[in-house]
Design a protein around this ligand. Structure first.
Ligand SMILES: [Zn+2]
Length: 386
């Protein structure tokens, strides 16, 4: 077998080229580094160390020396905002606006930063005023997104709807959010007993997103408050097709409607049917209570046992232990009490709703996550964390 040995000579040549390239690169870096003031590196180092106060001081010193570096001033402004020093950020950006010969693009960038300063400082009207002027410029998209945040924060749902519709694109249709904004309006009208306005907004929500569970929940509430029990039941049953996980949120209301119709046993049968078909729903306690009221403790316990055997859950096991306390020996009762207390403690600790986007946990359910601002991201069943 013949080997072309001359190929081997290429290896040292490649290494030589690599070494040469690295030398050139390092020289450029060193040359550039010499022109950067020390304060910049001190600021950078403090940022890495999470000492934002030192970083802000160092970068402020550099920007005083080098007024021709707007990028650094933007960073300093963001740092001030992050530290809650909104007055300093506002002052910095207002000063930057006074720089002579600013072109439209530079002006828009500074104004957008200033709007964010005002927003962070709670001066929402001033932020909105600036953002509205930026809509047709270079920062149009970002300004509109920021306005949408402001309108949601202000619960100004009409403006939120029109802004979200303007933001629609192939990448993000905003249908999901728009439906939620209409639901907020519907809920507000329902609280004030404005039934026809509430119906109108729910219809808009369904038009925006036919899978909007919240719209069905509110529709059922509207019918219930209007005394239309059959209509309320069919509105809540829509959830089964939209997203069955939310049925647990409608379960008690569904039962109340059957009770109003004087058909509690039909209500119980429906809930037990849901429990069998969707064992992950949080229905054990509710089903137990309703059966105990209308059919007696024994049947309630039987239903709980059936549910726990199909899908073990802490609340169900707690009920089973509690129901059998009386038939135990005194020693056995002491043991059962320890187990019951431990189960209750764990059940309470694990009974939380969780945001699927940011993992924020809360005992209360939110349609709009208070931590990350996402809509409909909370798990409807608290026991999902088990
Ligand atoms: Zn979240």
């Amino acid at each position: 077998m013949e080997l072309d040995l001359w190929w081997l000579l290429l290896f040292p040549a490649f290494f030589g080229l690599g070494w040469f390239a690295a030398r050139i690169d390092m020289r450029t870096v060193l040359k550039q580094a010499k022109s950067i003031p020390d304060g910049f590196f001190q600021g950078l180092d403090a940022l890495v160390e999470d000492k934002t106060d030192v970083a802000a001081r160092s970068l402020a010193e550099v920007t005083r020396q080098q007024t021709s570096t707007p990028e650094l001033q933007y960073t300093l402004g963001k740092l001030y905002r992050k530290r809650g020093e909104n007055d300093k950020a506002i002052h910095l950006h207002q000063q930057m606006l006074e720089t002579p010969d600013l072109n439209t693009e530079q002006r828009d960038i500074i104004l957008f930063e200033l709007a964010q300063d005002f927003h962070k400082a709670g001066l929402v009207d001033r932020a909105e005023e600036i953002l509205l002027k930026l809509l047709d410029g270079h920062k149009g998209l970002l300004a509109r997104q920021q306005l949408l945040n402001i309108y949601q924060q202000d619960r100004d749902w009409h403006k939120a709807i029109s802004t979200a519709k303007e933001l629609r694109s192939d990448a993000h249709s905003f249908q999901h959010e728009v439906a939620q904004f209409y639901c907020e309006l519907a809920q507000r009208e329902l609280y004030q007993s404005h039934i026809s306005e509430a119906r109108h907004h729910v219809a808009e929500a369904i038009t925006a997103n036919r899978k909007c569970v919240r719209a069905s929940l509110i529709m059922g509430d509207i019918e219930f408050s209007a005394g239309q029990m059959e209509a309320a039941i069919s509105a809540w049953q829509e959830i089964e097709k939209q997203n069955y996980e939310y049925l647990s949120m409608a379960a008690e209301r569904l039962f109340d409607a059957y009770e109003q119709l004087d058909k509690p046993l039909e209500g119980i049968a429906l809930l037990r049917g849901y429990q069998k078909t969707f064992p992950q729903l949080e229905l054990t306690d509710l089903v137990y209570q309703k059966i105990a009221t209308y059919e007696g403790e024994e049947k309630a316990l039987e239903a709980t046992r059936e549910a726990v055997h199909a899908r073990p859950n802490l609340h169900g096991i707690y009920r089973l232990i509690e129901a059998q306390m009386d038939i135990l020996s005194p020693e056995g009762r002491l043991d059962a009490e320890v187990a019951r207390a431990l189960i209750l403690k764990h059940a309470q600790r694990l009974s939380v709703h969780r945001c699927k986007c940011c993992n924020f946990r809360s005992r209360a359910f939110f349609w709009h996550c208070p931590a990350c601002g996402e809509w409909e991201s909370f798990t409807p069943n608290r026991s999902e964390a088990q």
